[in-house]
Design a protein around this ligand. Structure first.
Ligand SMILES: [Zn+2]
Length: 116
């Protein structure tokens, strides 16, 4: 992977990061729900809606963390290196998922462990 490719990926990740931050912000502010968790007990209907919003926001946060971590690795020069075994992740993997932290082998192992 050359510098130009890395710069392109970084641009894309930065774009995604900005977009995610806006979305999370919108979700977390909500409309009428506010961010005060204590008040949820009194308003059961709203609490469910808030929960849906909040779990959507949580999912986006997870994605945001991946994107930020990938950007960090690009900056450190460790992008494309497997976090488990230190081998190159491979461009084919990164093309499918530009935030992939693991090489194909470790990814497979992780998936097997998840199931077990
Ligand atoms: Zn690996």
């Amino acid at each position: 992977m050359n510098k130009e490719q890395l710069a392109t990926i970084k641009d894309e990740l930065e774009d995604e990061k900005a977009m995610l931050e806006v979305k999370i912000d919108t979700l977390e502010k909500g409309e009428d729900f506010g961010s005060d968790v204590d008040s949820l007990e009194e308003e059961t209907d709203e609490s469910e809606a808030w929960e849906n919003q909040s779990s959507a926001a949580q999912e986006l946060r997870g994605r945001l963390a991946e994107v930020e971590f990938a950007i960090e690795r690009i900056e450190k020069g460790t992008y494309g290196v497997c976090g488990e075994c230190g081998e190159a992740i491979g461009e084919d993997m990164l093309r499918v998922n530009s935030t992939s932290k693991l090489c194909r082998t470790c990814k497979k192992l992780e998936r097997e462990n998840d199931i077990a």
